[in-house]
Design a protein around this ligand. Structure first.
Ligand code: SF4
Length: 334
């Protein structure tokens, strides 16, 4: 997408409100002996205050790498090769390491994928949360700190005694809620939740999803929710960005995505959701993604698209606004 189109997309998608987050033409590559894998290929979007944006797409489409790029957590051999990430006007990509350390937790926090493995197994929950708070805010009276941590645990629906337990004494859902408590400890304006319910059973998924909704309602944070569970996305997010092979191919309010998906890939994603009301054959997206080191000329979805045309093989479809706040990258609508 050209810078001009990116600017158009991002400006219009927040309905004129000042965005908390502006991602502009973000590009992330992973170096391999056979050439760079293009994991994120010029992604642009905005997030306004209190909004939740869902990032969806199949495994390997670049959702998590986009999130890691936003928080500058891409690890070698990955690297950000271009673009800007403006968090309340500050370009995260250009920050020095010390500035970045200060920004994390205070301005942007991550709820990681697989909470089971992200907590320190030899530290009690209290100490893990206290560690993050005191690192950023300095030492505090123990009573004040304890009250604050109990308040955080209470906000995510955990009893106060959780503070004095080790991670192995908690269930998966409790660990995930501890991660949410840690993410909101410094009241950051942005939270990135990377598949926060993927390792949980459906009942616990519901509890964690409700916790995220409660946190959003109480604190008014902006959230990016990564996942491929479209049902969960429908309950939690305001807008959805659909990613394919490192590109956003459609971004629209959640209602539009479910009721009038326009990009053929989004249509296939929606058709693959099972329904308990009507028995219908599930559609699958046939074929495999192209080699991410050598994207084809033209549309990146051409090898798997049931509606591919001659133009699709030669020209990259730009992300265009086809309805209010509904952007699609597809030649079908030209
Ligand atoms: Fe399919 Fe062509 Fe649209 Fe790409 S541009 S999604 S190949 S119809």
């Amino acid at each position: 997408m050209t810078d001009q189109l990116a600017a158009t997309a991002t400006t219009l998608s927040t309905n004129g409100q000042t965005p908390v987050l502006e991602v502009k033409n973000l590009r992330v590559h992973y170096a391999t002996p056979l050439g760079d894998v293009i994991a994120v290929n010029g992604v642009s979007f905005n997030l306004k205050k209190g909004e939740t944006l869902g990032l969806v797409g199949e495994s390997g489409c670049g959702k998590t790498t986009t999130a890691m790029g936003i928080l500058r957590l891409v690890q070698p051999p990955g690297r950000i090769v271009g673009g800007q990430v403006l968090l309340n006007g500050v370009d995260v990509v250009a920050l020095k390491d010390a500035e970045l350390r200060d920004l994390r937790w205070r301005q942007a926090a991550l709820i990681p994928q697989g909470a089971m493995n992200s907590l320190n197994p030899v530290m009690k929950i209290y100490d893990q949360i206290a560690d993050g708070i005191t690192t950023h805010e300095g030492r505090q009276p123990r009573r004040v700190l304890r009250e604050r941590i109990l308040g955080l645990l209470n906000m995510v629906g955990l009893p106060g005694r959780t503070a004095d337990l080790f991670p192995h004494e908690l269930s998966g859902g409790m660990k995930q809620r501890v991660c949410i408590a840690m993410a909101i400890a410094l009241n950051p304006p942005l939270i990135v939740a990377d598949e926060p319910t993927s390792a949980l059973d459906v009942v616990v998924q519901r509890v964690v999803a409700q916790t995220l909704l409660d946190v959003k309602a109480k604190l008014g944070v902006s959230m990016i929710l990564i996942g491929h569970d479209m049902g969960l996305q429908a309950q939690l997010v305001d807008r959805i960005a659909v990613m394919y092979a490192g590109n956003i191919v459609e971004i629209a309010p959640v209602k539009n995505i479910f009721e009038e998906p326009m990009h053929p890939y989004t249509q296939l994603l929606i058709a693959s959701i099972p329904s308990i009301k009507e028995k219908k054959p599930l559609r699958v997206t046939e074929g495999l993604t192209h080699d991410l080191r050598n994207p084809p000329p033209g549309c990146i979805f051409q090898f798997r698209c049931p509606k591919v045309m001659e133009d699709c093989l030669h020209y990259v479809p730009p992300l265009r606004e086809l309805k209010p706040e509904h952007f699609v990258a597809c030649h079908l609508y030209e």
